[in-house]
Design a protein around this ligand. Sequence first.
Ligand code: AMP
Length: 540
Amino acid sequence: MQDWSLTLDKLLDHAARWHGGREIVTRSVEGPVVRSTYADIHRRAKQVSHALLEAGVKPGDRVATMGWNSDRHLEAWYGAIGIGAVLHTLNPRLFPEQIVYIANHAGDEVLLADPACAPLLAEILPQCPTIRQVVFLSEAAPPTPFPALAYEAWIAGRPADTPWGGFDENAAAGLCYTSGTTGNPKGVLYGHRSNYLHAMMTLQPDALNLSARDTVLLIVPMYHANAWGVMYSAPMVGAKLVLPGQKLDGASLHELIEAEGVTYSAGVPTIWQMLLAHLKATKGKLTTLQRVTVGGSACPESIFRTLRDDYGVDVIHGWGMTETSPLATVSVPSPAIAGRSFEDQLPYKLKQGRLLCNLDLKLVDDAGRRLPHDGRTFGRLMIKGPTIASGYFRAEGGEVLDDEGFFDTGDVSTIDAEGYMQITDRAKDVIKSGGEWISSIDVENIAVAHPKAALCAVIGVVHPKWDERPVLLVQLKPGEQAGKQEFLDFLDGKIARWWMPDDVLFVDEIPLGATGKIDKKRLREGLTGYELPFDPNLRR
Ligand code: AMP
């Protein structure tokens, strides 16, 4: 067979040549919705490559971006990886000191940023000595106390024939830091080949099943977990791409979905909750949307039901992490499940799903012994494959693989006889009560279905008899009032008695982290000094 190295620049070459007229639609930082095509993106990405080479960027150097999902961000992405530079997506929602740490650790040299990030950059740049050029992803650069260029002037008039590729398929392409809920954030370095394989894996019918006929609204930020691979999978099939910019509120997303005929979208549960709240309030419809992938945290049952029953949209639950490129399991029906009614399929759809090809999974106990796939036994989830990290950037965190080459996900889960994996907790969030494990996620998902609940979180609190007991924290919907017993009654019969929270606390706001997930670390800090109501006679 011919030699054809799997480098990612080929994906945009392919899209420009064979799907050149397919549209890329962006809600621009300047405000209006703007249109371009794969051919335009390809031409302008080549101009970015020329500008980067002129700025002295060499293969392996880190080019950082800090911005929302946009056409210019996509051009910068391919402009960097096409010449063998490493595209490092910085998350503007992190705390400034975290961004400083990450940019210095990565050794970023050029930074392309949305103009809205200018005040943040003024704060952090004096502490980031490796960044020697800043380009704003806009027509005009905002006034700044540091030297900066405007993207349009930076690329204008440049040749669009800078050669791409020609490097090893195992060369690094992307760098993404994990959310870092414990310790410093750690970098995950993706390779051209690993991301190419990941894109092919995610496109399978039993995964995201994207095609040239799809219009994809990418809500997952490009700076989070490799944008779920969509920067590669969409050009690979020539899907129309809709990039929502900074406006991720329900009204703005709904407007784009309807105006652009979106058929498929991907995002974390909180995004879908916001969209559903907007649709309900405005009696809005979803006339073109067929299916959505929900992942990043467990998708509550209410989202599955409402999207299906009220809007005819199928939810595909997916699981993964920055270290797994990220998609690894997808909850699509197995042959044994497919013929059942929706109600009978739902318990499986709610699980995180079945493994994509090329990967292997196992469950182990604390001593590393394999556990059965019986759908009941909880264990540490370990994963292996060419799209799974073998370590962190600059060997941070040391050796991370076990003797069999499996990566410890830090998730606790079960796997059933049909091969469906179900996350029961993060290893550090699992509640250990009387030697048994309680899944905080299970209780949260049931509690959040309460009609008055906006968000729910369950955390373990030290208990004199049982080691730890669950406490339910509830953020009510605006204008709602509720008592503790109402929530306990709601859970009664839906969870095991000994999983019943010992207390229900109403809070103004459940804190979300930089990627929209519930920040349990901050919740725990907020409960410092809190003591459980303790009844020594209560039997569980
Ligand atoms: P991140 O690397 O920031 O994307 O975080 C990855 C972690 O998010 C995983 O290890 C899981 O704990 C969690 N996660 C991702 N998808 C899901 C899901 N569908 N259900 C439950 N947890 C999830």
